[in-house]
Design a protein around this ligand. Sequence first.
Ligand code: HEC
Ligand code: HEC
Length: 440
Amino acid sequence: MASRRIWITATGAGVLTFAAVQLIRPAISHPPVTADLPAPPEIQQILRNSCYDCHSNETRLAWFDEIVPVYWLVAHDVHRGRGKLNFSEIGRLPATQQKAALYEAVNQIQFGAMPLPAYARLHRAALISAAQLSLLKSYLNPTTAAAMATPGDLASDDAEYQKWLHADNSNRAVDAAPNGIQFPHDYKNWKAISSTDRFDNQTARVILGNDTAVKAVADGHTNPWPDGTTFAKVAWVARDDGHGQIRPGAFWQVEFMIRDAKKYATTKGWGWARWRGAGLTPYGKDADFATECVGCHTPMRDRDFVFTEPLGVKELPPNSLQWNVITSLIDKRSSTMSTLYGNDVGVRYARSTAQHDYLPGSELLLVTWDQREDLHWFGGNIPGRVKAVEMVHVADRPDHRPSYSYERYEGSPLIRVSVSNGRSEGRAVFLLSLGAAVMP
Ligand code: HEC
Ligand code: HEC
């Protein structure tokens, strides 16, 4: 009997406690909807149904959400969710930022990260179906090519390029990032790990890795990446020539991930930093900016927070991996992307003059890949199969006038399909004509 009385007393206490804690309720506010997402009704309907509880000022709670402790979790999620993305206020942002937020939203859905799994378990109707996801994607997927550059754009790109050619880019003064990370000047001499074409924000990007990164790729030690690994992602405004040929225009930004498990333990073992524009302005108000980086990279947690899959290196000529990147190209018509590499003589030349008379000893290599969709990022295309490798070699003749030879390889394994000598060959002229992309 005694044990039973204790049980009843304990239950009574439990009920009382349960009732009492119901009174501890952090408020969920309902501010007015000031600038709701401007989108077609079928798009709004999906987001409203699956995301608005946490990402708008129109939170609607189910009866079980009202019960503590569930209520506490909900209040916390709503607060944090609105802080990251608020569809009731998003209409105030410039159109490009609204678009970027929607791309990120689609990617979070695709990763299964949103709606929050704990919430989706209780609110089954909020789960996004495959049909809804494809509706969101087709809404975002642009059917039109990148806007053609205006003469004004091209003139300002050129002014930036000329200024960069004549500047000392090896040790100019650059402010540190808000988390104390110093600008790694030498990034332009790191090796290409891959490239991407982001149609979500119309930039062309090259991903470079330092020696530790390159060695880790060669050794297959990429998950986790060894301490000291550093990646640079360089982005340029993608300039469409109006015929589907896209080249890097104005320098947009360069950002870094520096691996050091101990030093950067609070930001997932990576130090994050970004510099914007050719003036290299550090990004972020304070050290907290890195939560934005970590947030978007979190779906890649099983791959040490790194999106990029290093290029298959086996199919490339071995010496090209020692070379630096001069520029990169995208061809929309053939759905290919290319990177132009040069040996030391070639790169030094390309980065110091707008002329195209490469010095003897210069070697240029253009690798062209078929593009494929980036399965980790809706909005990106990445290199697929190698389609062609082209080389131009500039030799010294006895009369000290340079002589040019051109070779083209295709297929898998790569087989030489053409060789020619002289500058007149069309593709050799094309390779020699490509200016260096600005890398301040
Ligand atoms: C139950 C609440 C809840 C729902 C429902 C929800 N989210 Fe979230 N969302 C959050 C929280 C909390 C965060 C912040 C996560 C963090 O800081 O780790 C977040 C973050 C995000 C982010 C920013 C990612 C980041 O961390 O930078 C995006 C984008 C996002 N949500 C999109 C969506 C979309 C799209 C939907 C609907 C399909 C959705 N969310 C539904 C709570 C929610
Ligand atoms: C909106 C999502 C998003 C945010 C925010 C973001 N990244 Fe990334 N990041 C990506 C994607 C996607 C890639 C893969 C390459 C590509 O498609 O551009 C990437 C790639 C990178 C890479 C190359 C290594 C890798 O993971 O592939 C670096 C370095 C990098 N990001 C740094 C940063 C830094 C620093 C920040 C914050 C200042 C940041 N990123 C914020 C989406 C994001």
